[in-house]
Design a protein around this ligand. Structure first.
Ligand code: CTP
Ligand code: MG
Length: 229
C-alpha cells in the first residue's frame, strides 16, 4: 500500500506570542513549515503531501511550494488539531485507498529527517495497527499540588513523549478521529487508543521536538545545525 502525508498547519500558535503563526517563522533560512515539506517531498516512498491551513490564513504563500511536485495545500483547517487532520483525511480519502498509510506530521516539527521517517516505516510492521515516533522520558517526574509543592515522585518507567509523524491506515484513522472529535484527542494515537488499539512507539529524536514557545526556536535551530555537521 501507498504512503501519504498530512501536515496540520492551521494553528495560530498562541503560546508562541508572535503575530505570524509559528509555522511561517524563519528557521535556518527557511520557513518552519518548509523544512518538513522538503523531507517528505524527496522521499520516493511517499505519494502525496497535503498541508492543511486555515481558510482565514493570511500568511500562506504559493512560493512555499516552489519546486514541489507532490505537495498540495488544503484550506480546510478546523478549530482543533484533530479537526484539521480529519478534514485533511476526508479530502485525501477522495483520491487515496482506504488501506493506504497516512503519516500525520506537525507543521511545527521542522527537525524531522529522512532516517527518522525510514525508522518509522521499518518498525511499523505491516500487521501492526500503526506507530508513532516518541522519546522515552529522561527526567525524574514530580506531581505538584496547587501550591506548587511536590506531592509525589512518579515512576518514569514506561513513559514516553509523543512526537510525529504518527502513521496509521487511512480509513481506520479517519473513523477513529470522527468518533472521538468531541473528546478532543491531542494526537492521532489517542483516538486509536480509545478504540482499543495499541500503536507501537518508535524511538524518535530530540531534534524532532515541537516548537511551542519562542525559546524553542534556538534549541531546534542548533540541534538541526549540529545534525548536519
Ligand atoms: N494545528 C492545526 N489546527 C488547529 C490547531 C493546531 O492544524 N486548529 C496544528 C498546528 O499548526 C501545529 C500542530 O497542529 O502544526 C501542533 O499544534 P500546536 O503545537 O498546539 O500549534 P498551535 O495550536 O498553533 O499552537 P498553540 O497551541 O500554542 O496555539
Ligand atoms: Mg495548539
Amino acid at each position: 500500500s501507498k504512503y501519504h502525508v498530512i501536515i496540520p498547519s492551521a494553528g495560530s500558535g498562541a503560546r508562541m506570542q508572535s503575530a505570524m503563526p509559528k509555522q511561517y517563522l524563519m528557521l535556518n533560512g527557511k520557513p518552519i513549515l518548509r523544512h518538513a515539506i522538503e523531507v517528505f517531498e524527496v522521499m520516493h516512498q511517499i505519494e502525496t503531501v497535503h498541508i492543511v491551513v486555515s481558510a482565514q490564513d493570511g500568511y500562506w504563500a504559493p512560493h512555499l511550494l516552489d519546486g514541489c511536485s507532490k505537495t498540495k495545500v488544503l484550506d480546510c483547517g478546523g478549530l482543533t488539531r484533530a479537526e484539521s487532520v480529519l478534514n485533511g483525511l476526508k479530502h485525501l480519502a477522495l483520491e487515496a485507498d482506504a488501506n493506504d498509510w497516512v503519516l500525520v506530521h506537525d507543521a511545527a516539527r521542522p527537525g524531522i529527517d529522512q532516517p527518522l521517517v525510514e525508522r518509522l516505516f521499518q518498525e511499523a510492521l505491516p500487521e501492526s495497527v500503526g506507530a508513532i515516533l516518541a522519546l522515552p522520558l529522561a527526567d525524574t517526574l514530580k506531581r505538584a499540588d496547587s501550591q506548587q509543592q511536590i506531592e509525589t515522585t512518579l515512576s518514569r518507567e514506561g513513559l514516553w513523549q509523543a512526537q510525529t509523524p504518527q502513521m496509521f491506515k487511512l480509513a481506520l484513522l479517519q473513523g477513529a478521529l470522527q468518533q472521538s472529535l468531541d473528546r478532543q484527542p491531542t494526537d492521532e494515537a489517542q483516538a486509536m487508543e480509545w478504540l482499543g488499539y495499541q500503536p507501537k512507539l518508535v524511538v524518535g529524536d530530540l531534534k524532532n521536538m515541537k516548537i511551542t514557545y519562542m525559546r524553542d526556536l534556538q534549541v531546534v535551530s542548533a540541534l538541526m545545525q549540529a545534525a548536519t555537521l
